[in-house]
Ligand binder design. Structure first.
Ligand SMILES: [Zn+2]
Length: 94
């Protein structure tokens, strides 16, 4: 019987705040927010609390950054800006 074994051993599913697709956590970048409302990378899971996720894809990231409402909802706190390091994700674009 192979019933209900699909989930076994798989990583958690998260929603990308850029395109809203659901993917395994491994395929997404993870972000956290500090107490000043600044969003930062949290690729190693150092930060406690809530996280937001985005595909490892430039077009998704663009939408992700514009989706401050969605981010604020995901973090349950107002998002005021982004950490400078986040620009690295875009390369030298813009
Ligand atoms: Zn996406």
């Amino acid at each position: 019987m192979a019933t209900a074994s699909a989930e076994k051993g798989s990583s958690p599913i998260r929603t990308c705040l850029g395109c809203r697709q659901r993917k395994t956590q491994q395929k997404l970048w993870r972000f956290a927010v500090d107490k000043n409302g600044r969003v930062m990378k949290d690729f190693r899971g150092k930060h406690d609390g809530r996280h937001a996720y985005c595909c490892q894809d430039n077009s998704c990231l663009q939408k992700f950054f514009k989706n401050k409402k969605g981010l604020s909802r995901a973090f349950r706190q107002q998002v005021l800006g982004f950490d400078e390091g986040l620009e690295d994700l875009f390369g030298s674009e813009q």
